[in-house]
Ligand binder design. Sequence first.
Ligand code: FEO
Length: 176
Amino acid sequence: MLSTKVSNALNTQIVLEASSSQYYLAMASWAETQGLNGVSSFLYAHADEERMHMLKLIKFVNERGGHGIVPSLKQPPTTFKSVKAVFEEILKHEMKVTSEINNLVDITLKEKDYTTHNFLQWYVSEQIEEEALARQIVDKLKLIGDDKGGLYFFDRDMGALTTAEAKADAGEKKAK
Ligand code: FEO
């Protein structure tokens, strides 16, 4: 059974994962209107991943005798300055998510809730990957600078990366 403190903290994390999903969805839609189909596929997939992070939390809270609350969300921005600005925002946002996950882990230790502590380790690893990927992408975009040709190839690569990841996920699901 979850303590009220842990349950409330997990519900706060549900809000953050849900708003991350909305935020990345807004970025995906904007990128699509800019003709950046590779970037938008990557961002649509990223929005889906965040929704999965939220769902995983809701189900865990419910399984442990709490109530996962589906939150109402603020309207995310509709336009973005550039692709670089989008990925810089993502990196900043993911760093914030990491710090919130770390706070959550801290709460579970203080509350001696080792089951939730164990459950959260998946999020700890996921955050390492997400931050590293966002950082790599920002570095690539810094290299590209204002080179339009570079952006064209970047967009193509992001599309290929998304397709490769989707295929790997489908393979993993089949193997399960
Ligand atoms: Fe669910 Fe990107 O943190």
